[in-house]
Write a protein that binds this ligand. Structure first.
Ligand code: SF4
Length: 473
């Protein structure tokens, strides 16, 4: 498995996930519940579509003048007493945070949820300088206990059932076996309470960073993030450059759509506004606050006039929940901190060639575009990335079936540009296929089309236009 190329590993992992009916059942259940809740909350909030438009417009504006806003943010944060570090790469971010921990002799770190920390591999860097890292978001805590990475950007343990978590807690925490969510949550709380009290450093991600005021906004449901940025003497906030928004007044539009799309709530339980370390007259808060602002491939996305739209993402996770591919294979098969449709878009820029195949992990059905609270046209971005990937030298290394398919599509595209020739070809193919067709469909075809006809019939070429979803086996 290790010696395989990333694209082959993805295929093998996807096939294993698809064959695991228990895994698929858990993911289908969780994402299905989410979609029901989302439909209810959207229907009950009439201005939802207008808020999506407003949020998109603000992101469009912010991304188009990112350098100016980042400069303003940095100035405000420093004025508020924060130390700001711009990390061009994941390695720089790791080194900076590990350096802060080493210099302060940090032994215990409590982490709120942060996909950016996952992206840069922060835990290993902190452990490398002798710090023990505790994930405190319940889902993150569970996957950490299992020695796994999150399988969803919002619900890290989506691939596990209550029974799985009960067995895990029984084994690792020594608590009586239970599948009652309240009992399990209380067990995790008990375990983490002392950790919070003795932590030297807290780390969280950032949902929004307001340039106008130098305010970091963290939204969450468990309160662990708030404890992580208020209790330990040192607090580190880790954010991508795209998290900046111009004004405090812009925030309400994002809060209106984020919780509704992410969890089907009107608002998350905790919305924290963090502007700097504890002031002299304040009773709590960190004595030292660092803000790490990460590029790590985002600048390249910004420079691409098509791909820059991906930087509008507010990481609500809804596109994963609607994606027919994600719902079948879960997050681990992607082998990226960012799985699912948005992960397939941003991973090649963030992780480079090892993730170049991910834009192909999509049916382009468009469900992600429909659900996205900032209306990111993910299918368009995926097509753009697919085109780029086929032009890259690494494309020569892809598995043979993929190369055949891309060559075939390129030939079809050339043919489709000449309607007369395309019609003539269609007529010839229809005549050739007629002896094998039944009711306008072929039931079996030779490779490379046999993968299709193994599961569904293929419309006879040159017949009536194919309707998606028609002609099932
Ligand atoms: S692309 Fe849109 S739907 Fe997907 S996580 Fe980002 S904001 Fe949410």
């Amino acid at each position: 498995m290790r010696s395989q190329k990333p694209a082959q590993r993805f295929i093998v992992a996807s096939q294993a996930a698809v064959a695991d009916s228990s895994l698929r059942g858990k993911i289908e259940n969780a994402t299905g519940r989410h979609l029901e809740q989302l439909a209810l909350t959207r229907a009950a909030f009439a201005p939802f579509e207008a808020e999506r438009d407003a949020a998109r417009q603000i992101k469009h504006d912010a991304i188009s003048r990112l350098d100016e806003l980042l400069f303003e943010l940095r100035t405000r944060l420093e004025k508020n007493g924060c130390k700001v570090f711009f990390a061009a790469t994941a390695a720089q971010a790791r080194q900076y945070v590990a350096g802060v921990a080493r210099a302060a002799g940090v032994k215990r770190v409590v982490k709120g949820k942060s996909m950016t920390a996952e992206e840069v591999g922060l835990n290993a860097a902190l452990e490398g300088v002798g710090a023990q890292v505790f994930e405190t978001d319940l889902g993150e805590f569970i996957v950490q206990l299992r020695g796994e990475h999150p399988s969803h950007i919002l619900t890290p343990a989506i691939h596990l059932s209550r029974q799985d978590v009960g067995a895990l807690f029984h084994e690792k925490l020594g608590v009586p076996q239970s599948d009652d969510p309240q009992v399990l949550t209380a067990a995790a709380r008990d375990h983490l309470r002392n950790v919070f009290l003795s932590a030297d450093m807290g780390i969280t991600g950032v949902n929004f960073a307001v340039a106008e005021t130098g305010t970091l906004v963290v939204v969450e449901n468990e309160g662990n993030g708030r404890l992580a940025h208020t209790m330990p003497p040192i607090y580190v906030a880790l954010m991508g450059i795209e998290k900046v928004i111009p004004k405090l007044g812009d925030l309400s539009h994002f809060l209106e759509v984020l919780a509704r799309t992410a969890t089907g709530q009107k608002l998350t339980a905790y919305t924290s506004f963090i502007s700097g370390p504890r002031r002299q007259d304040e009773a709590d808060g960190p004595q030292e606050m660092h803000v790490v602002i990460l590029d790590n491939g985002r600048g390249a996305m910004l420079a691409d006039p098509v791909l820059r739209e991906a930087l509008y993402c507010i990481r609500c996770g809804a596109c994963l929940n609607v994606c027919p591919v994600y719902r079948q294979i879960g997050g681990h098969a992607y082998a990226s901190a960012y799985p699912g449709p948005i992960g397939a878009v941003v991973s090649p820029a963030i992780f480079g060639p090892p993730a170049a195949h991910l834009p192909f992990a999509s049916t382009l059905c468009g469900a992600c575009r429909e659900v996205c609270p900032v209306r990111i046209d993910i299918p368009r971005l995926l097509l753009h990335l697919r085109w780029n990937a086929t032009q890259a030298p690494e494309a020569r290394e892809w598995p043979r079936p993929w190369r055949r398919v891309t060559r075939g599509i390129a030939r079809f595209s050339r043919l489709a540009r000449h309607p007369r020739l395309a019609r003539l070809t269609g007529r010839i193919l229809r005549t050739l296929c007629r002896p094998f067709a039944r009711n306008g469909y072929l039931r079996r075809m030779p490779p490379p089309f046999s993968g299709w006809t193994r599961f569904r019939d293929f419309p006879t070429p040159g017949g009536r236009p194919h309707q998606p979803g028609s002609g099932p086996k």
